[in-house]
Write a protein that binds this ligand. Structure first.
Ligand code: SAM
Length: 257
């Protein structure tokens, strides 16, 4: 079954552009990831997913893999937590469609692809035990609004886990991203997908994104506590983990800090 790309309204022109770009590169997306990272992305996802669910989750926890793309993280979440119901949410229908062949046997029962925009999640207040997002939040149009949605949908005590390329702050990170972003990434991305624009967008989006420091401040402003940063491969990427502890009583979400 395929999904219509237009089924989900995107927030603005940037969102429309990003959605169309991922729909376009979907057939070669996994190949590009493996070639560009020499399979390191598989290791990063595994490390990020470890410890995702809070200890007090019930027997059938609910997890949203936001910006799930071709669902590699959803599969890793299922491998680590086979009892969980994983909603794989993404606004690019083609990305989800190109991952659907991976949902065989038990995986099809536990992983539910759902087209959605990160700014207006079709998920109830307090529904989620955990929300995972790999290489997604950097692309959203309105990060505070998307973060408020994540807070709204997580239950008190729920866990947020973000795997991302943040704006480089150390000299090594700047050098690495500067050189890779101008050479290897666009070249290999183009070879894997035939699309150069998407892989020149990648370094631009990294340089235009928050530093880890400003991102963790944003999380604190949305009632996330115990914020922990786990740098990966000398800080090339990082995992940010946090727990949602609302100061207002449950059920009075305003969607704002
Ligand atoms: C770099 S890919 C990451 C995919 C996957 N998480 C992974 O690790 O391979 C970013 C994904 O975020 C999705 N995305 C970007 N902005 C979004 C938004 N506003 N709402 C939903 N999905 C979005 C894109 O469609 C794309 O599939």
């Amino acid at each position: 079954m395929t999904t219509e790309s237009t089924a989900v309204a995107t927030v603005d022109a940037h969102g429309e552009k990003v959605q169309a770009m991922f729909d376009r590169i979907a057939p070669g997306y996994d190949r590009a990831n493996r070639w560009m990272s020499l399979w390191t992305d598989v290791r990063w996802r595994r490390r990020a997913v470890d410890g995702l669910l809070p200890d007090d989750s019930g027997p059938s926890p609910r997890v949203l893999d936001l910006c799930a793309g071709t669902m590699d993280s959803s599969l890793e979440i299922h491998r680590r937590y086979p009892q969980a119901h994983v909603i794989a949410g993404d606004f690019a229908a083609q990305m989800l469609d190109h991952g659907r062949h991976k949902l065989v046997g038990d995986k099809a029962d536990h992983i539910e692809p759902r087209q959605m925009d990160a700014h207006v999640l079709p998920v109830a207040d307090d529904e989620l035990d955990a929300l995972f997002c790999a290489f997604g939040v950097r692309n959203v149009s309105d990060l505070p609004r998307a973060t408020a949605e994540q807070a709204r949908t997580l239950r008190p005590g729920g866990r947020l886990c973000i795997l991302e390329f943040f704006r480089p702050s150390s000299a090594f990170e700047r050098l690495f991203h500067g050189v890779m972003g101008r050479t290897i990434l666009p070249l290999v991305g183009w070879m894997a997908t035939g699309d150069l624009e998407a892989y020149t967008y990648l370094p631009r989006s990294i340089n235009g994104f928050d530093t880890i420091e400003s991102y963790t401040e944003l999380l604190a402003a949305h009632d996330f506590v115990d914020v922990q940063v786990d740098p990966l491969t000398f800080g090339v990427a990082a995992v940010v983990r946090a727990t949602y502890r609302p100061t207002a009583p449950s059920g009075t979400h305003t969607g704002k800090p």
